[in-house]
Design a protein around this ligand. Sequence first.
Ligand code: NAP
Length: 312
Amino acid sequence: MKGVIFNRYGSPDVLEYTDVTKPSPTAKQLLVKVVASSVNPLDCKIRRGMLKVITGNNFPLCLGHDFSGEVVEIGEEIANFQLGDQVYGFFNPGSGKAYGEYMVITPQCLSPKPENLTHSQAAAVPLAASTALQGLRNKAKVKKGQTVLINGASGGVGTFAVQIAKAYQAEVTGVCSGKNIPLVKELGADYTIDYSQENFTENGRQYDIIFDVVCNSSFRKCQKSLTPQGVYLTLAPGFSSIVDGFLSFFSGKQSKLLLVEPQVKDLAELKDLLEQGKVKPIIDKTYQLSEIMAAHTYSETDRVVGKIIVEV
Ligand SMILES: NC(=O)c1ccc[n+]([C@@H]2O[C@H](COP(=O)([O-])OP(=O)(O)OC[C@H]3O[C@@H](n4cnc5c(N)ncnc54)[C@H](OP(=O)(O)O)[C@@H]3O)[C@@H](O)[C@H]2O)c1
């Protein structure tokens, strides 16, 4: 079968579209024929070697976290799935293998695909939308009427975060560049801030939740922009998030870090939101799997609006 591998860490040109061995499922796995995947910044970080502690040096390595496709083989210990099921989901961060015609996966990482979406549309959803949902609902505990600021509202996670915060009936402010303001308003944001014109940490306003999707701020910088019990939420693990967590210990305000993980119930909740029309995927560009280098190169411009799809 055709797939994408890489034999050393580096720029997008380390990616090879080539013949690879078709995987076989164990008793606890499903074999899925992949119709579409996506590019997450996580895939690029792994390719560059930024997660070496997890991914190691046992080359060749594979990539691709999101997938949408069809179940074509079922391990004998698995119940509740049938051949031909149309499914979507994502791999645990660091273990993605969806850039190939077939992949094996455990049932904890997938759910039936939203019926109103094509496979290409569905592949935009799993990791980015689960990040938005787990961040807002589990970490920040978003409630009706709360004020939520999404920093990075036009990207893969941000476009879902705006819509999910609105679905939870929050009042949403989206921060993005001027050119993306019409999109962020169309997604439901009540207010928008063009970051080239205004610094949200210095405008005197306060929010119950600041979701720093682009991770270019910090709890320290955002503290005075949070309401007394406000939550600052970041997606960037590291020294800064540890210091922020420590500082928040002495304040009524909280600093939280989310590391997304696949959850069947979350994929099912997202399926409902998508089928009800409360959330929709925004797709910037679509590439073929053979064009994976170009897809990664585009992702690394940091100008992606919504998601990049990879058709297999
Ligand atoms: N911890 C986790 O579990 C987890 C999960 C998912 C993602 N992440 C991380 O979260 C980050 C965002 O992911 P993503 O998929 O949303 O990335 P993305 O789609 O590549 O983000 C691109 C967007 O970022 C916006 N942007 C760039 N500079 C900005 C700025 N200064 N202020 C506001 N927006 C800005 C761009 O909008 P403009 O063109 O308008 O500037 C663009 O729309 C990545 O670092 C990713 O690795 C972490």
